[in-house]
Design a protein around this ligand. Sequence first.
Ligand code: GAL
Length: 652
Amino acid sequence: MIRIGIDYYPEHWDCSLWEEDAARMEALGVHVVRIGEFAWSRLEPRDGVFDFTWLDDAIGVLARHNMKIILGTPTNCAPMWLYHSHPDTLQWGPDGRPTGTGLRGHRCMTSFTFRKYAARIITELAKRYAGRPEIFAWQLDNELESNHCTCPSCQTAFRGWLKEKYGTLDALNKTWGSEVWSGEISGWDQIVPPQGTENKPDWYNPAYMLDYERFAAASLTDFVKFQCGIIRGYDPQAVITTNACFPRHMPDFHQEFAPLDVASYDNYPPVRLPEDPEELYSNAFALDFVRGFKNQNFWILEQLGGPMGCWAPISPAMEPGMLEGYALQAAAHGADLISFFRWRTSYTGAEMFCHGLLDHSNVPNRRLTELEQLCRRLEKLPELGNTTVHSQVAMLYSADQEFTLKNQEQGQGFSYWKQMRLFHDACMNLGVNVDVVEERTPLDGYKVVIVPTHFITDPDVVARLEDFTRRGGSVVVTCRSGVKDKNGNCILGQELPTLFRALCGCRVTEYDAIGPATQELTLERGGRYQITGWCDLIEPDTAQVLARYQGRFYSGVPAITKNAFGSGCAYYVGAVGERALYCTLLLTVFREQGIPVSRLPQGVELTVRSGPSGTYQFYFNNTAHSHDVEADGQKVHLQPFEMKIRTQGAWA
Ligand code: GAL
């Protein structure tokens, strides 16, 4: 069963409304309610003075209406009395000063005092609620980011992390290349988190920045483990998650979710469709990416339930079909629980005008009707929850690549996400399921592995890709792979793609970081495509040439190659091209591997979930126009944002 949930803030509303709210949710077909993640000041109004009566009552009302509860730990918003009486609980910003209070997320994750108070409130909650039948799961904090606090406690934590990693300053200086610009460190206390980096992170030593990002991610994971430890102390069976988003300071999601039971994501597809049709698959990418955090089905803890408004001007109204369509799109990519943000539209305090399912008027509306329709539809598919997305195609990702490439742009506009997105979009356009997996994930069961910019080069990953190819797989490697070692320094004494040279059967004799300028290439089989961003000038060793540049001083030089390796083959894509190039290329790769493809209109998706109980094909139209597609020889008409589901040869 796919569960539908609601994000609810009983503490914001008069308790006389709770009963009515719960009854309405029940009638709609809602099963789960997520509460409590910002309620610390109501749970502990004064230091050590706790009040759980309102939460007991709210849970009681909801449970009487058959709701299961996802209970938040409230650590994102410490009460004002705590910041005021213990300023060491406050985060410091990149300017090296304490953050001003008034918004949320001000807490320092490493502060000894904050941890003490956080442990106390989580303990009180766990003592009271852990293991109770109403509690379905726990959500930790809210939309956690990597820990970029610069306070004294985080400075000490950063030094401690480095001491453990390097042991001596000699080893650290050697790895970081600190001799450049006289950056040599002669005492541990000279090391501080990067400050004033808002505009110029790329001026810092890249090896130091990589270690800092790794520390910041590890520090967040430690915070996650700290909270899990308390809850599991009271209920070892507790199901624990946290709601991911893609924030400015990206965590290492795979590490962050390792101690958790399920990955969760806050899914806010833009209400206004992107003008660039190439962006129409961005939700699909986000959902596939999240499924890869634990390589299993995931939850949506906040799903778009109304026009946004509070951080920015109020967004346009949701188009008819969007509410249901986007929720089913999440299910199609592996979501097993979808909780809508939020029940009632906020009327006071921060987040005023952040629209929920219900308007200020309290009168039933179009969004509620769609929600009910969604619930009824899912009720007819009780077995869907026992299925998952099975893919023959994997795309490798790692936090190290993300951390490094974000701080060291390879050519103007060169982006790791863009590399991933170009390939992912092509998979969507061809109706092929794809898993976005951490680069060390075992590759058994896949037929094709896409390797977008394996910049920080891990010899074990290369060896596994060689083994995978030798056994008959196809690998697609792109430019800027094989550039750096694991410390973030450039690999010396070998031509690019260094460790990938044997697999790809080619070498890069020169490169041209063309940035926003354009260049062209032609496929040997015919077809001309535009290039921006990057051009590797390739010289094959054993590889066959698939495409050549047309223009500049390297007209006729190979741009894309294919190398037979064992029973499989490796493609090397030396340039960043327009979207159509990736469709053409992947069509060939998929056909060679016998992977079925469909030619879908841009913005239309076909995703398949399957399991012992059956196979479900999801046809989704994420565009403002209707489209006809073919399904098993039949014509299927899709209205804007419409999802059609086919199972056991019938439409559901
Ligand atoms: C999310 C956040 C929610 C709410 C929502 C709407 O990022 O987790 O608490 O603020 O945005 O603005």
